[in-house]
Design a protein. Structure first.
Length: 291
């Protein structure tokens, strides 16, 4: 599973939507109803509802917590919550984390993002106040990956290229998008389920800078295409997002657009009609893993 922050389905408008620009191929997908549609490389696009029945703009804490638990967290709070989960969402993630559910089913999951040394130095009580993915992993009592795991190609950083780490003088190799796609495909063979988080899309959307957004999408497409060409054919690849953002650079905020959920591989035909909103992601994955 690849979680991509802030990737929605917008209109086919190159003045607003970088997905409409030349050079974007796999992610040149646009809002056109709610039925699943075939997409390149044998996959399906599933427009996925993000507002969860609550007024206002979808936000990260509630959207991500919903994805990673199968619980409608916006309805639970009665609002959309930005940033990191609050105590109510932390409790929900502790109980219902997809990683915990998979582990408790006797399978082997992993949250594959590597963390900088600073994370391992802060108090555990502060770690519990970080991202939904962090809390989901802690709830499952799974180990976190270190910088050394990137060097040994057992993990990826959030930008997959390691440019952010290299700028901070960490001794890590530069990975091309092709390198990173192959590494993630190789890692996937070691587990029953892996989760990888990518959030440069959300940053690019908030910047409202078309050149930055197009560059982010182009590099991510190469990474994704390489993964799909390399991964074992028995693997299901699911990509989803918490809310729209990058698909409409005319505004600085998130959007109410459906999330761009994409699936490829084994069982994709079976689950394409079961996903309608963010709360359907975890149940669909669990259904595949447990049958």
């Amino acid at each position: 599973m690849i979680f991509v922050d802030g990737l929605g389905l917008g209109t086919n408008d190159p003045d607003r939507n970088p997905c409409s620009r030349a050079g974007i191929d796999l992610l040149a997908l646009f809002k056109d109803g709610w039925d699943p549609k075939p997409i390149p490389m044998g996959g399906y696009l599933i427009p996925t509802e993000t507002t969860l029945g609550i007024e206002g703009l979808p936000q990260s804490a509630t959207g991500q917590s919903t994805i990673f638990t199968g619980v409608n967290c916006s309805r639970l709070l009665g609002k959309h919550l930005p940033g990191f989960p609050n105590e109510t969402l932390r409790v929900t993630l502790k109980k219902k984390s997809i990683l915990k559910q998979i582990k408790n089913s006797g399978l082997r999951p992993a949250f594959i993002n590597a963390y900088r040394p600073l994370f391992f130095k802060i108090k555990e009580s502060l770690q519990w106040r970080l991202s939904a993915t962090t809390i989901a992993n802690m709830a499952a009592e799974l180990p976190f990956f270190h910088i050394e795991d990137i060097q040994k190609k057992r993990s990826l950083y959030h930008d997959f290229s390691n440019e952010a780490l290299r700028a901070r003088k960490f001794d890590v190799p530069y990975f091309t998008p092709e390198d990173a796609g192959k590494i993630l495909a190789q890692i996937s063979g070691n587990y029953d389920f892996i989760l990888y988080e990518y959030f440069l899309t959300d940053r690019a959307g908030h910047s409202q800078k078309m050149d930055i957004a197009v560059q982010v999408l182009k590099r991510f497409e190469i990474f994704l295409k390489t993964l799909l060409k390399t991964v074992d054919e028995q693997t299901l690849v699911i990509l989803t997002s918490d809310h729209g953002n990058i698909e409409d650079l005319s505004i600085k905020t998130h959007t109410r657009n459906p999330a761009m959920t994409l699936i490829w591989g084994r069982h994709s035909e079976r689950i394409k009609d079961t996903i309608h909103s963010l709360e359907d992601i975890t149940p669909a994955i669990m259904d595949i893993l447990l049958k």
